[in-house]
Design a protein around this ligand. Structure first.
Ligand code: DQA
Length: 175
């Protein structure tokens, strides 16, 4: 187990008394949700494409699901490429999985792609809309080749599916 993963030592006393055994409880690794540019406008932005669910509503659904999966999540919205890149490195340093909707950066940001390629934590790309069924410039993701998987086209559900996938991937990692 790597350093920093212990949160506590729980002492368990077998029923009926007897010798105490010490069990190390592992800190569950968390999941970092990164929302890219213009996603803060969800709810009013191009509702025919993105629906009327707001980012706050999506975040509330994510928090609820995370709690039922017994996973901690951190949710961040960044409009700029640089802040998203810093957030990727911060998440990776903590060993957190990354669920990212890079917004329009998906289609052209090699800097974001390089940041994701540089980290080895579970990483999942998310889109509300089905980018492969939209304008031709959106049909190419420069992010897809450097993440473990992409979920696109299920509206707010895309995020919840991605959160489940990230939690499942973390469950498989042994420290
Ligand atoms: C998006 C799709 C992108 O093409 C667009 O620029 C967005 C949102 C989506 O979630 O469907 O901002 O990432």
């Amino acid at each position: 187990m790597s350093e920093g993963t212990l949160i506590e030592s729980q002492e368990e006393r077998p029923a009926g008394g007897g010798r105490r055994t010490t069990v190390n409880a592992e800190r569950k690794k968390s999941i970092s949700i990164l929302h890219g540019p213009n996603l803060n406008a969800l709810g009013s932005r191009e509702t025919g494409v993105y629906g009327t669910t707001t980012l706050e509503q999506i975040n509330a659904a994510l928090r609820e699901l995370a709690s039922s999966l017994h996973r901690e999540i951190g949710i961040h919205h960044h409009s700029s490429e640089g802040e998203l890149i810093d957030a990727i490195h911060t998440a990776a340093q903590r060993g957190s999985a990354i669920v990212i909707n890079p917004g329009a950066y998906t289609h052209y940001s090699y800097a974001l792609r390089d940041a994701l390629a540089a980290v080895t934590v579970p990483k999942i790309e998310v889109h509300l809309s089905n980018i492969y069924a939209r304008e031709s410039f959106r049909r190419r993701s420069v992010i897809a080749p450097v993440v473990h998987g992409s979920i696109s086209g299920f509206g707010a559900q895309s995020y919840l599916l991605a959160l489940r996938a990230a939690a499942a991937m973390l469950d498989e990692i042994r420290d």
